[in-house]
Design a protein around this ligand. Structure first.
Ligand SMILES: [Zn+2]
Ligand SMILES: [Zn+2]
Length: 265
């Protein structure tokens, strides 16, 4: 059986990055469909560096991340904000892995996922469409990372947490600290990070500047509403979300109020 992927162009490098300031770099996978194209954020500190999420795991990520770091010899810690396929794909490439206890089981033994859109459930496809995403492509990608890449060989690898993080914990990079925020709703054990000093919020899939996803059976609208109200109450200056470009406080307020109003909460 032949697949359309046989004709897919090769995209090398697979990842793209943009340095946002002297500490934060965003990494993306531009050849992944927008629904599954998540942001990874590299935050560099004096003692250690932090990577927030690890994408789809379609191409090796660790060498790319190291190529961006000012001191690749420093320890590097991975935080998985939650365990959806687009956030944990390359987690197994990192030795230190943080996750919330409610996502730990899934991170250790993730449910299988396919890169063929035909393998997605009708419910998932309808949910993405209703949320406002562009129609799916035949595959979750429109390119492959190297010649001969086998889309059907895609497997999510288990990467058990080496440390659990909970609401209120502090992630300390030496000259930079952020508080772990438990932000349930989109996912039961999702966490974000808040840097009180600069007002920078890493919102994960709780808040980003695109269609929010809250309709799956594993998700909770009341929890999501409480999360958005909590985020609104923080002295935020900048938001780096799990998808889409960064934005400021005014846009954050618009996004949160929009969803709170359509939910009637
Ligand atoms: Zn996501
Ligand atoms: Zn998600």
């Amino acid at each position: 059986m032949t697949h359309a992927s046989d004709d897919f162009p090769v995209a090398n490098p697979w990842y793209m990055s943009e340095r946002l300031d002297d500490r934060i770099t965003v990494i993306t996978e531009p050849r992944v469909h927008p629904i599954f194209s998540a942001n990874m954020h590299l935050v560099e500190g004096s003692e250690r560096d932090l990577l927030i999420d690890s994408g789809m795991g379609i191409a090796p990520l660790r060498p790319y991340v190291d190529s961006l770091r000012q001191s690749p010899d420093k320890p590097l810690v991975l935080l998985s904000t939650h365990t959806h396929v687009d956030h944990i794909g390359a987690a197994h490439e990192f030795a230190e892995r943080l996750v919330h206890p409610l996502e730990a089981e899934e991170q250790a033994d993730p449910a299988p996922y396919s890169l063929r859109s035909a393998d997605l459930s009708a419910t998932a496809i309808a949910m993405f469409k209703d949320a406002g995403y562009p129609v799916l492509w035949p595959a979750l990608v429109d390119a492959i990372p190297f010649p001969g890449y086998d889309l059907d060989g895609y497997r999510l690898k288990g990467a058990p947490a080496t440390e659990l993080v909970r609401d209120g914990d502090i992630i300390d990079l030496g000259d930079w600290q952020a508080e772990v925020l438990h932000l349930p709703g989109h996912s039961i054990g999702q966490v974000g990070l808040f840097d009180h000093e600069s007002g920078t919020l890493f919102g994960a899939d709780a808040v980003y500047d695109g269609p929010l996803i809250y309709q799956a059976p594993s998700m909770s609208v009341p929890d999501y509403a409480a999360t958005l109200r909590r985020v609104l109450s923080l002295p935020v200056t900048r938001v780096h979300g799990g998808h889409d470009p960064a934005f400021g406080k005014a846009r954050l307020t618009e996004i949160c109020n929009h969803y709170l109003s359509i939910w009637g909460l």
